[in-house]
Design a protein around this ligand. Sequence first.
Ligand SMILES: Nc1ncnc2c1ncn2[C@@H]1O[C@H](COP(=O)(O)OP(=O)(O)OP(=O)(O)O)[C@@H](O)[C@H]1O
Ligand SMILES: [Mg+2]
Length: 334
Amino acid sequence: MARDIGIDLGTCTVLVFVAGKGVVLREPAIVAKNNRTDKIIAVGQEAKRMVGRTPTDVTAVRPLKKGVITEFDVTLIMLKHFLQKAAPGFSIGRPRLLIAIPASITSVERRAVAQAGREAGGGQVYLMEEPILAALGAGLDISGPRGHMIVDIGGGTSDIAVLSMNEMVRQISTRVGGDAFDEAIVRYVRRAFNMVIGESTAEQAKIAVGSAMPMERKETEIRGRNLVTGLPRGLIIDSYTLREAIDEPLGVIRRAVRQVLDSTPPELLGDIIDRGIVLTGGGALLDGLDRFLSNETGLPANVVEDPVSCVARGTEKVLDAIASYQDHMKKISV
Ligand SMILES: Nc1ncnc2c1ncn2[C@@H]1O[C@H](COP(=O)(O)OP(=O)(O)OP(=O)(O)O)[C@@H](O)[C@H]1O
Ligand SMILES: [Mg+2]
């Protein structure tokens, strides 16, 4: 018997759940390839280490952008590689695959995901929206007629959804996720300090001392190039400066949450007042984001444990009881 497999095919991170084994793989969604020969040089963790450090004819690419596949062939190679690593020989039994998809995705984009799943060796391929999987992974019982609010902050997008009876009642996706914070830091450092830094450097600084709320002052060193002299340069940057740098993307998320709340039916709002906002996705790890959203909305807000694997854990819940979720999944034949 082939084991069912759940996949969170994210912009930043790919996770694979294998029935009976758990979430066995978590790797960056990055592929390094040679531009001249089109040869794939490295996938995942190994490729991530090459970002920004590759020779001119090698580029590290992310085959997904904003949660959707932009380079189909590269995505397929990456997916095959990860599945083989997570469940060697898995394709022999043509297992069922459940793949998480962003909440707002076109039917063409959806079809591409299903096709990648099929070509990677899946038998039946099921698709289910990330906010629903995130809620299940967080351990919420969303089967009843009560409202729950999920804010999933990934790399490329943030999905904000109100769920009830295993469906999304209200939903907004913004194209602002954790990566937008890194980009904002790069822009800020350029403007304020005349210094160019890479996005990985910005991400490291964000993880080290970034925060959504004024916290105690912390510092970290960033390295890049002085725009005026063209020479390498190091700079100590603190949490207050970073807070200012990410003000704009934070505002986008705040407004999207407000917008969803504004359009949520009052009965469901009542439930959300009791239970609060549940934060998932790697971006939710930004220090103080829970307090920030709580202040902005007056609702309790909590980050789930291990927010990065939440969607993958949700696939486990669905695969365990696939019959009861049939109506909520999309099965696409390609
Ligand atoms: N400790 C941390 N503090 C702040 N941000 C973090 C932390 N850890 C990870 N992140 C950010 O989380 C983001 C990645 O989250 P995740 O892996 O959930 O994305 P994804 O699911 O691949 O993306 P998407 O859902 O948009 O396709 C990145 O922007 C990363 O910088
Ligand atoms: Mg995600």
